[in-house]
Design a protein around this ligand. Structure first.
Ligand code: ATP
Ligand code: MG
Length: 331
């Protein structure tokens, strides 16, 4: 069976891009009979300054959101990264196998380092920690959005290096980016950029817990272009096309049909139609998040037992790595 692993940062509320590009797929995969593990990667989130109280709330909120989106702790291992210390241990080991030039050109680093004055070392090396997250579980498949492709390639590279130097240990993982339309949901304010949790422009992102009137307002203000009909041309018309993709995904209607049905209306009226579909789709999720958040003890229990399960695999694999490298005291 496949070994599936993926992660999400507790840097804020889940947005439509995370949901359509990653989490929705995660819920489908847990019914595939594969071994699935999903991690709230809090160690990654501190690559950008975080307020401790807010970070703690965001971790619980992310856990509640994952459950509300349909993840089932009976079928998936769900846990918080910092609860399993082997992640950082393997992260250090891999950083000794990685050269500096491999990291500087990665897009996420380039984008985020622009937003902070003094760039922390952690922001620079964090793709190595991400490789460690994946390799620690010897994952074979990693369901992510398109923005993560180069980080997965780094993981493949580090697996090969380790295997060559110390003997066959890690599988070469595959990035599962199967729905290319949803793999890169764009910012509502700047369709050249992807939608991001840490975007400072709050109108750029539709959060999964946004109230209906907020969603309507944001979609009304979404940047499109000067053509008034609704078409799907991702290259030439990224703004409208982004709305078409969102509409198609939340209503479960193929893109061609969505466009066909919008033939008689202009983009202004079309925006209202998209907003309505988004509100409709997110409503039950929003209510479920509130319910899960009200049961904090259940969330804690779930994350603890998830960490326990993850730790068993992590410990076994880190011992194998250290033995092969000559680290520590082994007979
Ligand atoms: P941050 O801005 O803090 O990095 P983010 O929105 O990029 O937040 P992550 O936690 O980094 O979210 O990524 C979680 C998952 O969501 C990853 O698999 C990522 O590829 C996917 N993802 C993020 N943004 C988008 C997007 N706009 N469209 C599709 N998938 C996305
Ligand atoms: Mg990101």
């Amino acid at each position: 069976p496949r070994k599936i692993f993926s992660g999400i940062q507790p840097t804020g509320q889940l947005h439509l891009g995370n949901y359509l590009g990653a989490v929705q797929k995660w819920t489908q995969l847990q019914n595939s009979g594969d071994d699935v593990t999903y991690c709230i990667v809090d160690m990654h989130s501190i690559t950008i300054p975080q307020n401790p109280a807010v970070l703690r709330e965001n971790i619980f909120e992310m856990a509640a959101t994952m459950l509300a989106c349909g993840l089932d702790p009976q079928k998936s291992t769900i846990f918080v990264q910092s609860s399993v210390q082997e992640h950082t241990e393997l992260g250090w080991i891999l950083s000794c196998l990685c050269t500096m030039p491999r990291l500087g050109h990665l897009p996420q680093y380039k984008e985020k380092s622009r937003t902070v004055k003094d760039v922390p070392l952690g922001l620079y090396v964090y793709p190595v920690l991400q490789a460690a997250d994946i390799m620690l579980y010897k994952a074979t498949h990693v369901p992510v959005g398109e923005d993560q492709l180069q980080h997965i390639q780094l993981t493949q590279h580090l697996s090969r290096i380790f295997n060559t130097k110390f003997g066959q240990t890690f599988p070469i993982c595959h990035a599962m980016i199967d729905n290319h339309d949803a793999a890169r949901i764009r910012s509502l304010r700047n369709p050249a950029k992807k939608m991001s949790k840490s975007d400072l422009d709050t109108k750029a992102t539709i959060n999964i817990r946004d109230a209906p009137e907020v969603i309507v307002e944001k979609i009304k203000k979404a940047v499109t272009d000067f053509t008034s009909d609704v078409t799907y041309e991702p290259e030439a018309r990224p703004g409208v096309s982004n709305l078409v993709v969102i509409h198609s995904m939340v209503s479960g209607t193929p893109i061609e049909k969505v466009v066909e049905e919008a033939r008689a209306i202009d983009t202004g009226r079309y925006k209202l139609r998209v907003a309505e579909a988004v509100v409709e789709h997110l409503k039950p999720i929003r209510l479920a998040i509130d319910e899960h958040l009200a049961q904090k003890n259940d969330l804690i229990h779930l994350l603890e037992s998830g960490a326990e399960r993850a730790r068993q695999v992590a410990q076994q694999n880190i011992v194998e790595v250290k033995e092969k490298m000559g680290l520590g005291i082994y007979r």
